[in-house]
Design a protein around this ligand. Sequence first.
Ligand code: AMP
Ligand code: TRP
Length: 324
Amino acid sequence: MKRRVFSGARPTGRQHIGNYLGAIQNYVALQDEYDCIYCIVDIHALTSLEDTGELQRNIREMVLDWLAVGLDPGKSILFVQSQVPEVMELYTLLGMITPLSWLLRVPTFKEKVKLQPHNVNYGLVGYPVLMTADIVLYKAEVIPVGEDQLPHLELAREITRRFNSSFGDIFPEPEAKLTSFPLVLGLDGKSKMSKQAGNDIEIALSDKETVKRVMTALTDPARRYRNDPGHPDICNIYRLHGYFSPRQTDDIAARCRSAKIGCVDCKQLLAEAINIALKPIRERRAALATEPQYIADVLTDGARRARVIARKTLKEVKQKMGLI
Ligand code: AMP
Ligand code: TRP
């Protein structure tokens, strides 16, 4: 039997190249070798979203990106978290074996408290427990995520171990799987690329929009004039060339160090390389966007298939915990 992969992502709408390089490219790569389940975690999104009016549109935009980059509903299950409500029951049960102190020390919880002091809701504390429920409901072993999710994964492993030692060994310990770009920085070159920070490049941008966006990026801060020698190793644009222009990186580095190429030209080259790499994805996306019924069917079918597995695990958990 194939080992199981599970991952989730919040319905933030169009995906950016941080999502793509950090996680989604692994979702695609793992499809043949593993039994893969990918989930749009709308309940998790509610811990931060105050305006839920965008949720349904965000979900559609995300699925379009996922399908366009090569997720195949014939191979993988794609579904929306709230469509398989068993996860919320399991979340409640796992909450009973998770010490509050573990949750209060999670770094992302502390960050959220700072980021949304007006909305420190109970769900924020439980966020990693719900994430653990996502994973163990499908007895998943391999979890493709970006580096920012590692503290959550560590907690999921601890909760899993505690369940297994208290009630019987039924869950594998989930393991994170990183790509070679586990943390993509945003256009500011400082913080993680994210929609919230407004420093992202969406996969679905047009060629023109991509150029415009890349041109706003900060480069080597020590290079103030065109003739100053650059320092590619501390430049985020150079890092992105590493993925999008792998054959030219040595040449670009040498020309940057000797000030033969300026930052504007270097960014132009990067934007062109991104446009070439994303062209087939963008074309597939545009074609898929004309088939809303197909997108809806993919998610309905995904939820149906996921639910069969979820019901079975939940029953087993309830038996182990003495509820039935
Ligand atoms: P999110 O959109 O925050 O729910 O993230 C979805 C997936 O993309 C998760 O596995 C994240 O770890 C990953 N991810 C998000 N932003 C980045 C980034 N800037 N660099 C690398 N991975 C990322
Ligand atoms: N917390 C993840 C994020 O913000 C999303 C997520 C929810 C997830 N459940 C998961 C990721 C289970 C991996 C496995 O991106």
